[in-house]
Write a protein that binds this ligand. Structure first.
Ligand SMILES: [Zn+2]
Length: 94
Protein backbone atom coordinates (compact mmCIF):
# COMPACT_ATOMS: atom_id res chain seq x y z
CA UNK A 1 0.00 0.00 0.00
CA UNK A 2 1.31 3.41 -0.93
CA UNK A 3 1.30 6.02 1.79
CA UNK A 4 1.60 9.77 1.45
CA UNK A 5 2.71 12.47 3.83
CA UNK A 6 0.97 15.83 4.09
CA UNK A 7 3.48 18.38 2.86
CA UNK A 8 2.34 20.91 5.47
CA UNK A 9 1.77 19.03 8.74
CA UNK A 10 3.46 15.67 8.09
CA UNK A 11 0.34 13.54 8.68
CA UNK A 12 0.52 10.09 7.01
CA UNK A 13 -2.29 9.24 4.58
CA UNK A 14 -3.07 6.07 2.63
CA UNK A 15 -3.37 5.95 -1.15
CA UNK A 16 -7.17 6.10 -1.34
CA UNK A 17 -7.67 8.26 1.72
CA UNK A 18 -10.79 10.37 1.00
CA UNK A 19 -9.15 13.23 2.91
CA UNK A 20 -5.99 13.33 0.78
CA UNK A 21 -5.79 16.23 -1.66
CA UNK A 22 -3.29 17.31 -4.31
CA UNK A 23 -2.26 20.91 -4.96
CA UNK A 24 -0.55 21.63 -8.28
CA UNK A 25 1.12 24.98 -8.83
CA UNK A 26 2.55 26.23 -12.13
CA UNK A 27 4.57 29.42 -12.45
CA UNK A 28 5.24 30.74 -15.95
CA UNK A 29 5.60 33.92 -17.98
CA UNK A 30 2.21 35.51 -18.57
CA UNK A 31 2.73 36.28 -22.23
CA UNK A 32 1.40 33.97 -24.89
CA UNK A 33 3.70 31.23 -26.18
CA UNK A 34 5.84 32.26 -29.10
CA UNK A 35 4.28 31.63 -32.44
CA UNK A 36 6.77 31.88 -35.26
CA UNK A 37 5.94 33.05 -38.73
CA UNK A 38 8.04 32.76 -41.87
CA UNK A 39 9.47 36.28 -41.41
CA UNK A 40 10.76 35.36 -37.95
CA UNK A 41 12.78 32.53 -39.42
CA UNK A 42 14.28 34.65 -42.19
CA UNK A 43 15.28 37.90 -40.54
CA UNK A 44 17.56 38.67 -37.62
CA UNK A 45 14.95 37.87 -34.98
CA UNK A 46 16.04 34.24 -34.68
CA UNK A 47 18.50 34.89 -31.86
CA UNK A 48 16.13 37.22 -30.01
CA UNK A 49 13.30 34.69 -30.24
CA UNK A 50 15.57 31.86 -29.10
CA UNK A 51 16.60 33.92 -26.04
CA UNK A 52 12.96 34.64 -25.19
CA UNK A 53 12.15 30.95 -25.48
CA UNK A 54 15.12 30.06 -23.23
CA UNK A 55 13.97 32.55 -20.59
CA UNK A 56 10.43 31.12 -20.69
CA UNK A 57 11.75 27.59 -20.20
CA UNK A 58 14.04 28.66 -17.35
CA UNK A 59 11.25 30.50 -15.55
CA UNK A 60 8.69 27.71 -15.78
CA UNK A 61 8.19 25.87 -12.52
CA UNK A 62 5.76 23.13 -11.60
CA UNK A 63 5.11 21.95 -8.05
CA UNK A 64 2.89 19.21 -6.65
CA UNK A 65 1.94 18.86 -2.99
CA UNK A 66 -0.11 16.35 -1.01
CA UNK A 67 -2.34 17.82 1.69
CA UNK A 68 -4.51 16.28 4.41
CA UNK A 69 -8.08 17.56 4.81
CA UNK A 70 -7.24 20.05 7.56
CA UNK A 71 -4.32 21.55 5.65
CA UNK A 72 -6.40 21.68 2.45
CA UNK A 73 -8.93 23.84 4.29
CA UNK A 74 -6.20 26.16 5.59
CA UNK A 75 -4.55 26.38 2.17
CA UNK A 76 -7.84 26.94 0.33
CA UNK A 77 -8.73 29.88 2.55
CA UNK A 78 -5.52 31.76 1.76
CA UNK A 79 -3.52 30.08 -1.04
CA UNK A 80 -1.24 33.10 -1.54
CA UNK A 81 -0.64 33.68 2.19
CA UNK A 82 -1.99 37.22 1.81
CA UNK A 83 -3.00 37.42 5.46
CA UNK A 84 0.60 36.80 6.54
CA UNK A 85 2.33 38.93 3.90
CA UNK A 86 0.03 41.94 3.83
CA UNK A 87 -1.37 42.42 7.27
CA UNK A 88 -3.12 45.75 7.03
CA UNK A 89 -5.02 47.39 9.83
CA UNK A 90 -8.73 47.08 9.25
CA UNK A 91 -10.82 50.21 9.43
CA UNK A 92 -13.79 50.27 11.68
CA UNK A 93 -16.95 52.14 10.73
CA UNK A 94 -17.60 52.98 14.39
ZN1 LIG B 1 -1.75 18.32 6.88
Amino acid sequence: MISYTCDLCGKTMIENDPMRFVVKIEIFAARDPLELCDDDLIDDRREELAQMQDVDEQLYQSHRYDLCGECRQIYQEDPLFRSKLYQRPRHSDN
